[in-house]
Design a protein around this ligand. Sequence first.
Ligand code: UD1
Ligand code: UDP
Length: 364
Amino acid sequence: MKVVSIVGARPQFIKAAAVSRKLREQHEEILVHTGQHYDYEMSGIFFDGLELPRPDRDLGVGSGSQGFQTGAMLKGIEDVLLAERPDFVLVYGDTNSTLAGALAASKLSIPVAHIEAGLRSFNRCMPEEINRVVADHLSELLLCPSDVAVSNLAAEGISKNVHLVGDVMLDVLNWAKQCADANQSAILDRFGLQKQAYLLATVHRSENTDEVERLWSILRALNSGDEPVIFPVHPRVRKIIRETGFRPEPHVCLIDPVGYLDMVALVGSARLVLTDSGGLQKESYWLGVPCLTLRTETEWVETVEAGWNVLVGSQSEEIVKAVNSFLPPDSRPALYGDGAAADKCVNLIGVRTEAEPIGLVERA
Ligand code: UD1
Ligand code: UDP
């Protein structure tokens, strides 16, 4: 069976690292990189560091407005699908690459499998929320990380071919942890960090970056206090910081984005994580590091319910207060599966196809 997998953004390379290996044991995979992320630190570094197969096709779409970027991907992916005629298209998460992959495939009547299906923030101002909702409604196979995700789909009338498989990011993290342990002192030494004695920060969501004042409110919080802050800066934010002249205090260390193993080592040794990233909220939880989420809602509600993640928004005062006072409980129940989600996803794709063979429909 032939599967075309669509990736394009940093978290998708990480998720594909868990799934591609397994997929290729049973099926033929064509890995398509849309080119949504293209800097070496946002893309190539993950292919080099995660034993991820090189993309078979790189569409080189690059950056642009929502419509421009998604439209260019849609056209590029359609060309690949018409040439490859796969049995299934696999999409991950909630980026514009996810939306374009799901749309291109479903318009050609190729079944779509969505990994990380059913997540909702219930905030339609987020481009990711629109991407998720549409991708889920176009998918034939919905692979969910949590019970809440399954319920979210049910509430929208989607109950057929919905499976609770757990989170493929846990599979990758378990694999990476051993390598990261060996690597830990190197990355901490490089930045002069002591275990449990620094904060790790990341910001990139459009809701926190589109309005400069909101981003600055977060940056001001990082600048206050004197505990070291290590801040791998997403290129979207790097541009704004440069243009608006933000000056970090000496305890705030702005660095280029790092590879996944270095990131796991940095998260694992931090006292606290401050982030608006989806992936980092879960990784902090799995690694036992409390997390302040720089948003007012999250898709990963279980981490908040467990008491290890708190939604602090973007107001400086609230963030600083939480940095100084937030303490998680002693217990940390297992969340998002058992670390074998990729196997389950791959098996389900196989079963689904054997049961209902499909044909490619070409539409002018
Ligand atoms: C995208 C996803 C977001 C995901 C994030 C992961 C959408 C709508 N958003 O957000 O869900 O959490 O990826 O990191 O798909 N840029 C570079 N070099 C790069 C990539 C981006 O300079 O390699 C800059 C460009 O100025 C670009 C901006 O970053 O316009 C934003 O990139 P984009 O991919 O549009 O959105 P992200 O914020 O990365
Ligand atoms: N990450 C990384 N290097 C960095 C920042 C993040 O490897 O400099 C990893 C992080 O550990 C997580 C993933 O990238 O696995 C999250 O990606 P991001 O925050 O860009 O996207 P989101 O998860 O919010 O969609």
